[in-house]
Design a protein around this ligand. Structure first.
Ligand code: FAD
Length: 484
């Protein structure tokens, strides 16, 4: 397994956050990630599962926890382990209020059960908020990530939409916590319709090429939202694309057309990332389990996060459901590999592989200036013939000229996976008040925090980092809550 220079890795995170993260938290994460990964692996093996770590996907720093071989879930392993330590879990239980005493200490939560009754859970050690992102509350997205256009991006997972309603952020806000500064961190991936990649022509709503199509998802999201129409489209022609030809030459199923090849390959990557759903479930399970904290947190002993989940973990059940299903969604997306026509791009964007006999017709259908679009395609063909992208420095290895009608257009809507943000936490995962002082007994982990990310999801540093951070921060928050 590759070794990682902790300091250099943390520096990358800090740089990717544009200086908006807490550097101490970045270093804390880098320092503890390996230990927490080992802890998770030990739990997997001690509960009859198999922990498979791989560095084969994504960046050199990526580690995937793959329990597919055993056919069971890391969430199941964690709950089995927690139960063996005396933990209990409250399923279908929604935390509705966070409580603090007169001295300001977080003392527990009030939660609503499936039968509509309310229960007060008292925390003997502390409360850890771990309610995930706020995809499901569009007003929050508008407020905290104002540059993201909700009309031209798609909510990717109905589960995230329903379960991630920003409750942790709201409860923290209502109880006097400092919410991290705007803009928060959106995870937006282009995994529907046409998948952007080097060597494919993408244009904005005005018909103009505007970026290196092979750049990172997060940079693409920021760039697209600043383009006319807040959208981008792949333009192709009747010939198989370079990617399709490449895949055919590698023995992939023949007949894949431009976008189909592109999308399925890209979705494959995302599906592979979905494999880290195992880790995600672990993260959520663990963080969620500690989410409601409640009475007797830590009663199960000082064995890290599981100890903290000792009692009453509202959110743990749904937590695993969401994360597990998210991973599965990625995986099934990859196998269905929808390309032209088969995907379901944002209704507002249209363009799912429609074909037109001329660029004039295509431009007219999309309200683009035909002269601009034709100029774009002409320039593209000129650069492809030269074999060098003099305009944006994209890798042109698989680029093809676009000159054979009918011409196709496929929208590439950004998919909202996780709208990340919440109370500002320090390096101990303690929630801060408006004076940057820790609120006694209150911690937060995972996607309902600010402090680890800046305005950009740092996928260029590590694939799967949200799940990794949720795991590590859940572990540390619970440990710190127990330590008091
Ligand atoms: C389709 C998809 C693909 C993704 N792919 C990746 C990937 O490849 N790599 C990666 O790192 N990340 C990925 N993510 C993001 C990843 O799933 C999250 O970053 C991770 O699950 C966050 O963990 P969390 O514990 O903070 O929150 P969650 O996993 O969202 O867990 C929070 C839980 O709290 C529950 N909850 C909310 N409010 C309450 C309440 N009031 N009371 C009780 N419970 C409550 C929610 O229902 C939820 O179950 C993906 C997300 C989606 C949607």
């Amino acid at each position: 397994m590759a070794t990682v220079d902790e300091g250099a890795y943390a520096d990358k995170l800090i740089e990717a956050s544009l200086g908006a993260c807490d550097p101490t938290l970045a270093h804390t994460y880098a320092h503890h990630a390996g230990t927490v990964g080992d802890w998770l692996a030990d739990i997997a093996t001690s509960t009859g599962n198999q922990a498979l770590f791989s560095t084969s996907i994504g960046s050199e720093n990526t580690t995937y926890f793959d329990d597919a071989a055993s056919g069971s879930s890391i969430y199941g392993a964690l709950t089995t382990y927690g139960t063996s330590k005396g933990a209990t879990y409250a399923y279908s239980t929604e935390v509705v209020r966070l409580e603090r005493d007169d001295g300001g200490r977080a003392t527990g939560v009030i939660a609503k059960g499936a039968d509509g009754s309310y229960t007060r859970y008292q925390a003997s050690k502390g409360v850890v908020l771990a309610t995930g992102a706020y995809n499901g509350d569009q007003d929050m997205v508008r407020k905290y990530i104002p540059w993201l256009d909700l009309d031209t991006t798609d909510e990717y997972s109905p589960l995230a939409n329903n379960g991630n309603t920003g409750d942790g952020l709201k409860m923290a806000l209502w109880t006097g916590a400092r919410i991290g500064s705007v803009p928060h961190c959106p995870m937006v991936h282009f995994i529907k319709g046409a998948m952007p990649m080097a060597g494919s022509l993408f244009v904005n709503g005005a018909g103009r090429r505007f970026m290196d199509e092979g750049t990172s998802m997060e940079v693409i999201a920021q760039t697209v939202m600043r383009q006319p129409g807040h959208a981008m489209y792949q333009v192709g022609d009747a010939k198989p694309s370079g990617m399709a030809l490449l895949m055919m030459s590698m023995g992939a199923s023949s007949g894949a057309d431009a976008s189909a090849a592109g999308t399925s390959s890209a979705m494959g990557a995302s599906g592979a990332a979905g494999a880290s759903g195992a880790t995600g479930a672990a993260a959520s399970g663990m963080a969620g389990a500690s989410g409601a904290a409640a009475s007797g947190a830590g009663a199960a002993g000082a064995s890290g996060a599981t100890g903290a989940s000792g009692s009453a973990g509202a959110g743990s059940a749904s937590s695993a459901a969401t994360a597990g299903t998210s991973g599965a969604a990625g995986a099934s997306g990859s196998s269905s590999g929808s390309g032209n026509g088969a995907a379901d791009p944002s209704a507002n964007l249209g363009g799912s592989g429609e074909t037109y006999n001329s660029l004039d017709e295509l431009a007219a259908a999309y309200d683009m200036d035909a002269a601009v679009l034709k100029q774009t395609v002409e320039r593209w063909n000129e650069l492809v013939t030269k074999g060098v992208d003099e305009d944006f420095g994209s890798n042109f290895k698989i680029a093809q000229t676009i000159d054979t009608p009918p011409y196709s257009i496929t929208a590439s809507p950004g998919c909202r996976l996780a709208m990340i943000g919440g109370p500002q936490v320090d390096a101990n995962l303690a929630v801060l008040d408006d004076d940057y002082k820790p609120i006694p007994g209150l911690y937060a982990a995972g996607n309902c925090t600010c402090g680890f990310y800046g305005p950009n999801y740092p996928m260029q540093v590590q694939d799967g980092i949200a799940r990794a951070f949720s795991t590590v921060s859940g572990y540390l928050a619970a440990k710190n809550a127990i330590a008091g």
